[in-house]
Design a protein around this ligand. Structure first.
Ligand SMILES: Nc1ncnc2c1ncn2[C@@H]1O[C@H](COP(=O)(O)OP(=O)(O)OP(=O)(O)O)[C@@H](O)[C@H]1O
Ligand SMILES: [Mg+2]
Length: 326
């Protein structure tokens, strides 16, 4: 069953450009040069019930704008969106009771009050039955292991603990569709893992449909079978992550910090130079070669710091661009 259908969705913003300085400020009173930002530029996709889909792309690609259109916070410039049979921007209470938008960068909790107060407020807003509320709260706070923290003022909690409370506040009405916009941003590795496990469990346990954006490839790899890659407001890939992964799992990203300026002439022989600006070099190298190349760099250059990792979402996306056909 299709839970979400998006057809030729566009969201364009008009922005007024103004140069720097007093003169430009004065001139801007007379005429304001207008510019259109095509944040989302004609995207179409469908999501089945129970899917956990990764929505990825570089900064400014249009991910958040899309999620805002889907959750009814923004009115599209054109195109069609249906979620659970509703048109999101009508913002019908019946619709809002079935969805939730969680933004890692924003919060809804009251800073000076304990999280439980926000939960109670949401209980009223969403009109949740007492018994459902108690059950949901108990389940969520146990799953996230924060039962003992709900009565402490939010400002006294750590970032990770706060993020968990944000999730509880967003899920207390047991939404069928979840829009998660960078839910793991800024969390340490352990907390990220925690959060991922929770998202996976929530998806399985309630058959909820989840659209997730993240800049951490590990989130996407662990949680999503299917991904949509968006860039410049357009979809450039929609399909199984496996298929992308198979092509790019063969690469590692080598990051080097040099002690002193070095001659970069030989780097292209070692791998693909992603960026090189003293003191930092980022190379993309075949997985099998990564140890060998690491040794070679350490031997021949004054290295201060060194790191070999799996490629970031950005790198994969960049490769998708550079090779175009996927
Ligand atoms: N309210 C707005 N007014 C004008 N331009 C906007 C507005 N909101 C977003 N934009 C622009 O639309 C584009 C897409 O922004 P969006 O926030 O959707 O990107 P994103 O993919 O979520 O990026 P990030 O990964 O950095 O969160 C950007 O160029 C942004 O500057
Ligand atoms: Mg965003």
């Amino acid at each position: 069953m299709k839970i979400i259908t998006v057809q030729k969705l566009k969201k364009h913003f008009k922005v007024y450009k103004r140069g720097a300085g007093l003169r430009a400020t004065l001139r801007s009173f007379l005429s304001r040069p207008e510019e259109t930002v095509k944040a989302v530029d004609g995207i179409s996709f469908e999501i089945e019930k129970g899917e956990l889909l990764g929505f990825i792309g570089p900064n400014g690609a249009g991910k958040t704008t899309t999620l805002k259109c889907l959750s009814g916070l923004l009115y599209p410039t054109s195109g069609q969106v249906k979620v659970l049979g509703f048109t999101p921007f009508d913002r019908k209470p019946e619709y809002l009771k079935k969805i939730s938008l969680v933004m890692g960068q924003k919060n809804q909790l009251w800073w000076d009050l304990p999280a439980i107060d926000t939960f109670r407020l949401n209980k009223e807003i969403y009109d949740i039955e007492d018994s459902d509320y108690e059950r949901n709260l108990a389940e969520l706070s146990q799953l996230l292991e924060v039962s003992h923290l709900v009565s402490i003022p939010v400002r006294k909690l750590s970032l990770g603990q706060r993020m968990k409370m944000e999730l509880i506040a967003a899920l207390i009405h047991r939404p069928e569709v979840l829009f998660l916009d960078e839910p793991t941003i800024g969390l340490d590795v352990v907390m990220q893992k925690n959060m991922r496990d929770f998202i996976a469990q929530y998806n399985r346990r309630y058959q909820s449909t989840i659209l997730l954006t993240s800049h951490y490839m590990s989130d996407v790899k662990e949680l999503c079978k299917r991904v949509i890659i968006i860039d410049n407001g357009k979809i450039i890939y929609d399909g199984q992550l496996d298929r992308l992964g198979r092509k790019y799992a063969d690469y590692k990203t080598v990051t080097v910090i040099f002690e002193k300026p070095v001659d970069g002439k030989k780097f292209p022989e070692m791998g693909e130079v992603v960026s090189f600006k003293f003191p930092k070099l980022v190379l993309s190298v075949p997985r099998k070669m990564s140890k060998h190349i690491a040794a070679k760099i350490l031997e021949n250059y004054p290295v201060e710091d060194f790191n070999i990792e799996d490629p970031e979402v950005e790198d994969i996306v960049r490769r998708v661009f550079s090779e175009k056909k996927v």
